[in-house]
Design a protein around this ligand. Structure first.
Ligand SMILES: Cc1ncc(COP(=O)(O)O)c(C=O)c1O
Ligand SMILES: N[C@@H](CCOP(=O)(O)O)C(=O)O
Length: 477
């Protein structure tokens, strides 16, 4: 399998090359030359497979430069009940991503049972093992530069802590994450973990990651890699749970299901888009935003207008406080018929602070073929949905999942099962749960007192040069 760039000006690469390289040399994102396909018969053959077996079936189509027995061993030690039982150890832990039925035709896909209590662990644990495997082959080392709005950071740090040859430089928006999220990251004391808080929003941090990655000489000299959904391995690992959920919600492989996905950087729902392109019978992909509704605006109108930092709201679903969704570029590449020239033109406008409008174009005319629908949710909606889930279904959901459920209820069709992706556990967002329910959410014992641990973080302005300097200084340690 060869990987091409959305911007069309980089040499095609193999899976292992893009795993370590992150952003393509022309500033674009990697995508397979063609999506592998699963026929109905092949899907039927996978019904009943364990999570690790499914992960192998899906990922072996993408990572064909990893020998099959090595890949099987990697997914086998990644997707275990021991890794994915944190906080909610149940008899269903072996499912890795259990499906909980809220009412007939409405399900919640539990994706937050990993070590850091958010769906990011689903791919990040795999990435940690893949990095270790790839680096051991060459004896090379890797400086991972990442940006987080709250959950990618801790998932990456927990997956990479103590890993040989790997250092993590994680940029987070100063003062914007929940106290639990801050404590989860900033309390880590491992020598290979560097927490850097940026005065700004997530988008400022992500811009720095892209700027450093686009400095090809610096990137080569310091072996810079990424763990955000910029990295294709993140996205393809997330494809697996769409398959797992599909089999859990259906009995035959010609049935269709819909998914509702709380969205920010567009990585999670992009994985759903790819699963659909691969032949998984998905009716709708329902995208839910919070008050930062750039993506909802696009799917309703065709206008993509990323907001500036000052226009981006700090909300009670903080991990979705994103106004420039990195992965959206992968979807638009498919939408414009994989024409890299057209994509480049559109992103020239985005990268210079502008917008683009596809309304009235032949591209937007075929948006219906991709199954997307969208909606937005506000603080009041979030509280109401958390209360509804508690009262009607006896489940405490986190504010991001609440955004997804709110829009799912608006968009579901009577005859098609709707699966809402749970993206974090409520323990991470205690204040909002207390506001909604008048009580604190349950918290796994391992995190009982995390906020009182000592924290270490370097606070900086959103300045690329400062980040470059911190990486250089870290290497000198
Ligand atoms: C809890 C939570 N929900 C939803 C999202 C949005 O997911 P994505 O960025 O993949 O669209 C994030 C961040 O990515 C998150 O951390
Ligand atoms: N919400 C994310 C933002 C980064 O998304 P990613 O999928 O590109 O890593 C976070 O929690 O950091």
């Amino acid at each position: 399998m060869r990987y091409i760039s959305t911007r069309g000006q980089a040499a095609p690469r193999s899976f292992l090359e893009i795993l370590l390289g992150g952003l393509m040399e022309d500033g674009g994102l990697a995508l397979p030359e063609a999506y592998p396909q699963f026929s109905i018969d092949e899907l039927e053959g996978l019904r009943g497979a364990s999570y690790a077996e499914l992960a192998f079936a899906v990922l072996s189509r993408f990572a064909d430069d990893i020998p099959a027995e090595d890949l099987r061993a990697i997914v086998g030690r990644t997707y275990t009940a021991e890794v994915y039982c944190n906080g909610r150890e149940t008899s269903r832990s072996a499912e890795i991503t259990p499906l909980r039925t809220l009412e007939p035709g409405l399900h919640l896909l539990e994706l937050s049972n990993g070590p850091t209590l958010a769906f990011k662990d689903m791919a990040m644990q795999l990435l940690g093992n893949l990095f270790e495997y790839a680096l051991a082959k060459t004896g090379a080392s890797l400086n991972i530069l990442g940006a987080t709005s709250g959950d990618t950071g801790s998932a990456a740090e927990y997956a990479m802590r103590g890993k040989k040859g790997v250092s993590v430089y994680m940029l987070s928006p100063w003062g914007k994450m929940s106290p639990f999220q801050r404590a989860q990251m900033y309390s880590l004391q491992d020598a290979n973990i560097h927490n850097i808080a940026v005065r700004g929003m997530f988008d400022d941090a992500q811009d720095i990651v892209k700027a450093v990655s686009n400095d090809l000489e610096f990137k080569r000299r310091h072996a810079i890699g990424t763990v955000n959904s910029i990295n294709w391995a993140r996205v393809c690992a997330q494809v697996v749970y769409y398959f797992k959920a599909y089999f859990a919600a259906t009995t035959r492989s010609d049935e269709r299901v819909s998914f509702a996905v709380p969205s920010g950087n567009f990585g999670n729902i992009c994985a759903g888009h790819i699963a659909r392109q691969m032949g998984l019978p998905i009716a709708k992909l329902v995208l839910a935003t919070n008050e930062n509704d750039v993506l909802d605006e696009f799917f309703r109108t065709g206008l993509y207008r990323p907001r500036k930092t000052a226009e981006t709201h700090a909300t009670s679903s903080p991990s979705m406080d994103i106004s420039k969704a990195s992965n959206f570029e992968r979807f638009v590449f498919d939408l414009v018929g994989r024409d890299a020239g057209v994509l480049r033109g559109l992103w020239q406008q985005v990268d210079s602070g502008g917008a683009f409008d596809l309304a009235g174009t032949t591209y937007f005319a075929r948006i219906g073929n991709f199954g997307f629908e969208s909606g937005r949710s506000t603080h009041a909606d979030r509280l109401a949905t958390i209360r509804l889930a508690d009262a009607k279904y006896g489940v405490t959901i986190d504010p991001h999942t609440a955004d997804g459920l709110k829009v799912a209820l608006e968009k579901r069709d009577a005859e098609v099962p709707m699966i809402v992706l749970e993206t974090a556990l409520p323990a991470k967002f205690e204040e909002t749960i207390e506001e909604a329910l008048g009580r604190a959410p349950e918290r796994p014992a391992a995190y009982a007192d995390i906020e009182s641990l000592p924290q270490a973080v370097e606070v900086i302005d959103a300045d690329v040069a400062v980040v470059r300097g911190l990486i250089e200084a870290g290497e000198g340690l």
